[in-house]
Design a protein around this ligand. Structure first.
Ligand code: SF4
Length: 774
């Protein structure tokens, strides 16, 4: 870095699930401003991106490794060096591996961040199958629906940019409030806003009249959690009214006859009773999407957080296929990544995930594989041991062959070996994982490394998670701040944030990768990937981590492009080739090269080959007895513009704009309960209750309330920082999961609401504001 003078550097923000090009202004060595790059195709940045400098230099940032010196949770720490921290960790992990086995160590990660380059690889190389995170509730159901329907592990993405000479004429936005939160899964709010202005038709499916819904030509106010029924009814309408794309269906799909027969009962009238959307609205939306070409379907994580996630996503993939809205200019496309860049996504590159490093004998030892079962038989263990010898010997050949197979076949092989509690869940099922730590069944995990995650806030059954964290023998947390979760650690490792990282920035913008140079260093923070390399070397895992350091890894990522990292930074961006209709030359990567409207492969895992709808487990329909006492439907998990899940509550400029957790409630409902705008209220489910402030909104059905998630109060006293006050996950219990993939119905449970006294810490809101600003 040459920071001797003031300068502005082009870079890429990846603070959330977006990717935005930014201008970073430096005065000497200090970053003073992050702003939108006016020349960027990806649009302007959000307040979180603007606040990156506040995050970077925040006085509470973790700057050095910390070792616990008092009782767990007593907030007593000593500063230690990185060498001490990594030596200690390597020693503890080696001892556990020697004494009990590698599986007694587990690793969990947060949302999609750069550390995902290495986390699964590290767990596999160490030899533990106990790798978990939040995949079951975020993106993976859609990724797998794409995999089993089209053979692509990267789901098709809306072509909003006009590379093929056309932008979408119809924009269908399903469970994704993208214009109000900055970005989702690689799609920027600005880009969507541009298409909302240009497109002939915009359909929004959401229980809330969001900013995105207000801009649409059709808003379908769906009952939370019933998206699967709506999707089936739209397929019904398009098929029975013969609005399908004949050429595409005939030449590029399999199973249309079976689908057409199967879909008969799922009429718009059937769905109207379930979704509360009038049948005529369903018909109109289906017809609009099928006939206004090209069309895109921008989907969000509302699809994933349900008891019917994978199957709903399958229906939506089918909607794209039967209308021919796949891989056409201006439709949903499979981007061609820049040539020569080794994509880092866990899903796109099995070599990067290091799957082959995990001994097969350990695969069946994951805590969710053994859930409610006997230990693997001696025969299975013997077979695995033999196969492991062969695998080690012929590693390169196996890798080469496995990469030639369709990705779904590779995935199926692994899932069959894993025999997890939920057949499609690629990680250890999180609620099962936490429960196993508490109960010690099938065995008691001894050590856990939490990478960029705050499970006390982001996991259901949060009190059980707390018990689990407290009962671990050794807990390491890699973080930016001392969070309620980090407070329970034995060792805290200070992580770097995006301004402190060199990177080849790739998320879901598959058509480009962006350059980012490290521009700052606060304390001794380190890139999590550098930490994993250094720890792996201490553990003798050189084969899986052959790079001397992270810089060397980045050079390897770019090796195929002929560019060094320095040269790449000078270019700033590499783009893939913009090719459409690729299936016409090469087919889809499925067994017969066609889109699988019916997917027989799924049956081998006991999963329906045609999409189904399941009513969520706790609704007025499925649980009328409970509804008698809890008459409102609670939906949660929707992001806001200012915070990303549990992040950002300590950033003054963001917190000032949203100082308190909010629950949206219809004015008539509020009035009937004696609740006024800004009142504190209790939200209560059969599980627990939490306090939030009421915000009145006519954009919700009268019996639906929408609560923000992952709230904690960094200004409140440690170690809890008030996390038990307002975290919506306290209300959810991790049961009633999707039987295919284990996702949790976070978007629809029963609750009641009543007035509350303001919490003590909020009695004087002025001093609360001062505490935040300090
Ligand atoms: S939307 Fe995400 S990636 Fe884009 S500027 Fe905001 S925080 Fe950064």
């Amino acid at each position: 870095m040459t920071n001797s003078s003031n300068q502005t550097i082009r870079s890429a923000c990846r603070l959330c699930h977006g990717v935005h090009q930014v201008l970073v202004q430096l005065e000497g060595e200090r970053v003073v401003k992050v702003s939108s790059d006016p020349d960027s195709l990806l649009g302007g940045i959000c307040p979180k991106g603007v606040a990156s400098t506040e995050l970077l230099y925040h006085p509470d940032r973790l700057r050095y490794p910390l070792r616990r010196v008092g009782a767990r949770g007593a907030n007593k720490w000593e500063r230690i060096s990185w060498d001490e921290a990594l030596d200690e960790m390597a020693g503890r992990l080696s001892t556990i591996k020697q004494e009990s086995g590698a599986e007694y160590f587990a690793l969990t990660q947060g949302t999609g961040r750069p550390y995902t380059d290495f986390t699964a690889r590290f767990a596999n190389a160490f030899g533990t199958p106990n790798f978990t995170g939040i995949a079951h509730n975020c993106m993976t159901p859609r990724v797998l629906a794409s995999l089993f329907t089209t053979g692509s592990l990267m789901p098709p993405m809306p072509d909003l940019y006009g590379f093929g000479g056309q932008t979408p004429a119809c924009l269908m936005i399903w469970g994704s409030n993208v214009t109000e939160i900055g970005s989702v899964q690689g799609i920027g709010g600005d880009s969507v806003n541009r298409i909302l202005r240009q497109a002939q038709q915009a359909i929004v499916i959401d229980p809330r009249r969001t900013d995105t819904a207000r801009k649409a030509t059709q808003w379908l106010q769906i009952r939370p959690g019933t998206d699967g029924a709506l999707a089936l009814a739209m397929i019904h309408e398009i098929v029975t009214e013969n609005l399908i794309d004949d050429e595409f269906v005939q030449n590029h799909t399999t199973g249309f006859t079976e689908l057409a027969a199967y879909i008969q009962p799922y009429t718009p009238e059937w769905a109207a009773d379930i979704t509360r959307i009038p049948a005529e609205q369903i018909r109109r939306a289906a017809r609009t999407y099928a006939t206004t070409k090209p069309g895109v379907l921008q989907w969000g994580s509302a699809i994933d957080m349900s008891a019917c996630s994978f199957q709903t996503a399958r229906s939506l993939m089918i909607l794209r296929a039967i209308t021919g809205n796949l891989d056409q200019p201006g439709s949903d496309v499979f981007w061609v990544p820049p040539q020569g860049v080794k994509l880092k996504s866990l899903f796109l590159n099995p070599e990067r995930a290091g799957k082959l490093f995990l001994p097969l004998g350990k695969v069946g030892r994951a805590v969710d594989s053994l859930h409610g079962k006997q230990q693997p038989s001696w025969l299975r263990r013997l077979v695995f041991a033999g196969l492991d010898v062969l695998k080690d010997r012929f590693y390169d050949k196996i890798m080469e062959r496995s990469c030639r197979k369709p990705p779904a076949a590779q995935f199926l092989t692994f899932q069959k070996l894993k025999q997890g509690r939920y057949p499609l869940c690629p990680i250890v099922h999180p609620p099962t994982f936490w429960h196993s730590i508490v109960t010690g069944a099938p065995y008691r995990i001894r050590a856990l490394w939490i990478m960029g995650s705050n499970p006390l806030l982001n996991s259901t059954n949060s009190r059980e998670v707390e018990t689990a964290l407290k009962s671990l023998e050794y807990l390491v947390v890699s973080e930016l701040f001392l969070t309620p979760t980090a407070q329970l650690a034995d060792l805290v490792l200070p992580a770097s944030m995006w301004l402190e990282q060199d990177d080849v920035v790739n998320y879901m913008k598959q058509w480009c990768v962006l350059a980012r140079r490290k521009m700052a260093q606060v304390g001794e923070t380190r890139d999590d990937r550098e930490v994993m390399i250094q720890l792996a070397h201490r553990l003798g895992l050189h084969k899986a981590f052959p790079w001397a350091n992270y810089a060397e890894f980045l050079e390897e990522v770019l090796a195929g492009t002929g560019l060094s990292f320095e040269q790449f930074c000078e270019r700033g961006m590499l783009m893939g080739e913009m090719r459409y209709e690729k299936y016409k030359e090469q087919g889809f990567r499925t067994p017969d090269g066609k889109v699988q409207l019916i997917c027989r492969e799924l049956e081998s895992l006991g999963v329906s080959a045609l999409p189904v709808y399941r009513e969520p487990p706790l609704t007025p329909i499925s649980a009328p007895d409970v509804a008698a006492n809890y008459p409102l439907i609670l939906t949660s998990g929707a992001k806001t513009m200012f915070f990303f899940h549990s992040e950002g509550r300590q950033i003054p400029s963001l917190r000032r704009r949203q100082p308190n957790p909010l629950v949206d409630i219809h004015p008539e409902t509020a009035s009937s309960l004696g609740i006024a705008e800004d009142d504190w209220v209790w939200i209560e489910t059969p599980k627990d209750r939490v306090r939030m402030k009421a915000r009145l909104s006519e954009g919700l059905a009268k019996d639906v309330v929408s609560a923000q998630h992952c709230w904690w109060y960094p200004e409140a006293p440690p170690p809890e920082y008030g996390w038990k006050e307002s975290s919506v996950n306290l209300l959810l219990d991790g049961t009633g999961c999707d039987p295919d993939i284990g996702s949790e119905p976070l978007r629809s449970v029963l609750c009641r609401i009543y007035r509350a006294d303001p919490p003590e810490w909020a009695a004087d809101e002025e001093s609360q504001q001062v505490a935040i600003a300090d």
